[in-house]
Design a protein around this ligand. Structure first.
Ligand code: ADP
Length: 427
């Protein structure tokens, strides 16, 4: 044996020190014996050594239960009452993106985001008060190198009295996405309702406006008639009278179009369908448009079937569609251009094409020009006014007849073609 020599003066102190150490060792031995007894009796199946943050578990008769928890699809974790992880299954480790072996001994709270930690601590308090019936907490877990995961921690009813709570972790990511989606969908539906309502009010306002603006036109026309009847030797007076007469007509036409367009939007326009010959409808359209086309010096060609073509349509409305297209062709073509109207019957349907050699339509505008109030910028230079409703009105009327209308153009400067398709017989 080796050792140092002890001086007589220090003997008492050494003896005292040895007694203290002896006492301490006995206490620790007794503690260890108590722990072993608890382990042997199955009261405890894990030992947490706090200073070293290590957890020791035993393979006790609950091994099958552990295996079942290990293989669960849901993440699960068993804690001490103060929230230290005793055991976490593989899924839980995967969910957090850490090694399973690293979890035991760590405090679960360190994986919970600070904003949701209060909910977790409340859950631990519930467990401490034995209020575990339906106890749950919605928290957000940090994920190693990934996005945080919203989860619901539910206290398992399989809780062993000797251990702290066992928590089953339910991933709420999909549910949160779904809730978010539902909220977005509800917001979209609400704004769609508002838009529809605003659109309906706009249609009603346009209808009222057109009505109110049209009302003064009748007395103005009447006054002009009286002036015409009276006659005047002053050429300026006659000129002024003619200007008023013409402009009142222009205004009346614009307001009629506006009224029709709003009637279509409000589903208040009714067709007066009857059996008519195509030639009669074409004649009515040409009567309106020929003067406009000729005034601009365009060459105008009409080609239609020689034999009668019986239609079941509202003749006034179909003539209105075609004259709208012809007037546009004249309006959006430089003077001296080429305008063609071709009508033909194919597969029980009537196809009417109005073609011009005018300013053409940019590809990105082709899908928009049938929308109400839509006008291409380039066209505005030539348009000499117009509200941008002629084509939307034409489309509305064609749709009411169960037909379709399409626009074609090889681009700006390359002319345009509008094709109307109408069924010959009622559906
Ligand atoms: P408006 O002629 O009053 O502007 P429309 O609804 O009749 O209204 O026409 C909408 C837009 O479609 C016009 O502003 C113009 O940009 C374009 N458009 C219509 N017809 C033609 C055409 N034949 N050639 C070129 N652009 C056209």
């Amino acid at each position: 044996m080796t050792g140092k020599a002890i001086r007589p003066g220090t003997r008492d102190a050494v003896e005292q020190q040895l007694r203290r150490e002896n006492e301490e060792l006995r206490t620790r031995l007794e503690d260890a014996e108590a722990t072993l007894r608890a382990l042997a009796s199955g009261e405890v199946d894990a030992v947490v050594v706090a200073e070293r943050e290590r957890v020791f578990t035993l393979e006790t008769p609950d091994l099958p239960y552990r295996l079942a928890v290990e293989q669960m699809r849901d993440p699960a974790v068993t804690l001490t009452d103060d929230g230290t992880i005793i055991y976490a299954n593989r899924r839980f480790a995967e969910q957090l993106g850490v090694l399973q072996s690293e979890l035991a001994g760590q405090r679960l709270a360190t994986f919970v985001t600070p904003q949701t930690r209060a909910a977790f601590e409340e859950l631990l308090r519930d467990v401490a008060r034995a209020e575990t019936e339906g106890a749950r907490a919605e928290v957000i877990l940090h994920r190693e190198g990934g996005t945080p995961i919203p989860v619901c921690l539910g206290v398992s009813t399989l809780r062993d009295g000797a251990l702290g709570p066992s928590l089953v972790v339910c991933d709420l990511t999909i549910q949160r996405h779904y809730e978010e989606l539902r909220r977005t969908q509800e917001a979209l539906q609400a704004s769609e309702r508002q838009l529809r309502e605003a659109d309906r009010r706009k249609d009603e306002f346009v209808a009222t406006l057109a009505h109110e603006l049209r009302n003064p036109l009748a007395p103005i026309r009447h006054a002009v008639k009286i002036l015409q009847r009276k006659g005047s030797p002053d050429p300026d007076v006659s000129w002024g009278r003619e200007v008023i007469d013409r402009q009142v007509d222009v205004m009346a036409r614009l307001l009629e179009d506006l009224l029709d367009a709003s009637r279509i939007s409000l589903h208040k326009l009714e067709l007066r369908k009857q059996r008519v010959d195509l030639a009669a409808v074409l004649e009515a359209a040409l009567e309106t448009s020929r003067p406009v086309i000729e005034a601009s010096g365009h060459t105008f060609t009409v080609s239609a079937p020689a034999e009668p073509v019986s239609l079941y349509v509202d003749p006034i409305r179909v003539a209105q569609i075609l004259s709208n297209l012809l007037n546009n062709a004249a309006k959006y073509t430089e003077e001296g251009g080429d305008i063609r109207l071709t009508a033909e019957v194919r597969d029980g349907e009537l196809f009417v094409s109005v073609q011009d050699s005018g300013i053409g339509i940019a590809p990105e505008m082709l899908s928009q020009i049938f929308e109400m109030f839509s006008q291409a910028k380039i066209a505005l230079v030539r348009s000499q006014g117009g509200l941008g409703i002629g084509l939307s009105l034409a489309k509305g009327l064609v749709d009411l007849h169960g037909g379709s209308i399409a626009a074609r153009s090889d681009g700006v400067g390359h002319g345009s073609e509008f094709i109307v398709r109408l069924p010959l017989e009622p559906a």
